[in-house]
Write a protein that binds this ligand. Sequence first.
Ligand code: ADP
Ligand code: MG
Length: 240
Amino acid sequence: MIHFKQVSKHFAGKAVVRDLTLEMAKGEFTVLIGTSGSGKSTTLKMINRLVEHDRGEILFAGEPIEKFRAQDLRRRMGYAIQSIGLFPHWTVEENIATVPQLLKWPKVKIRDRVTELLELLNLDPKQFRHRYPHQLSGGQQQRVGVARALASDPEVLLMDEPFGALDPVTRATLQEEVARIHKMTHRTIVLVTHDIDEALALADRIVLLNDGQVVQQGTPLELLTQPATPFVRDFFGGSD
Ligand code: ADP
Ligand code: MG
């Protein structure tokens, strides 16, 4: 579904992503993990062209991503980020409906979809549909952010530390919801986190980045039991 071939990205002459080769299969849940500044967000943003790569090749559904207009890519890929980015003067319903509106879905279809998503994310539609973001808790805002990313049933869901600022209980609940959504919809999901437990709980495959490079990628079990380097072992807190 998404294929990076020796991709690099420089900012001000400095490589922040180097020679990245990665494949994310259709339906697979990939977690990009690494310390702060390791290039996770940059990698994610190259998938929906919020950041343009400057070397190598990125393929989406077999085609170089330059072939897609950035706005088309962003309609096909939901994007949820930590700092949520809900529009403060729009209701929950209007926020969730952002992409369906752009796609000119009929009003009734949009309404039904918003109801369905609110239910999926455990927000009572009657209670929350017409609220404004400032009338929601942090966890509820994050849920709306995830609902918005899912609204048009995109082929790919990109999430950048989507539960970053939440308390552990809310965080665990939302992780379970995302896992459930993945089980139900088999969407291709790429999630960025620096939280090891989150990665282990959610990922089909984990990609560990350090200093803009892949240190190791594999299943959670592989990274835990067959760390390729001492760095990997230390990162996952290996005890042996
Ligand atoms: P992560 O998400 O893993 O914390 P990022 O991908 O955000 O890492 O950043 C990787 C490196 O690239 C950091 O050193 C960061 O300062 C730098 N960087 C990211 N975006 C920009 C930008 N727009 N301009 C300049 N440097 C950037
Ligand atoms: Mg980041």
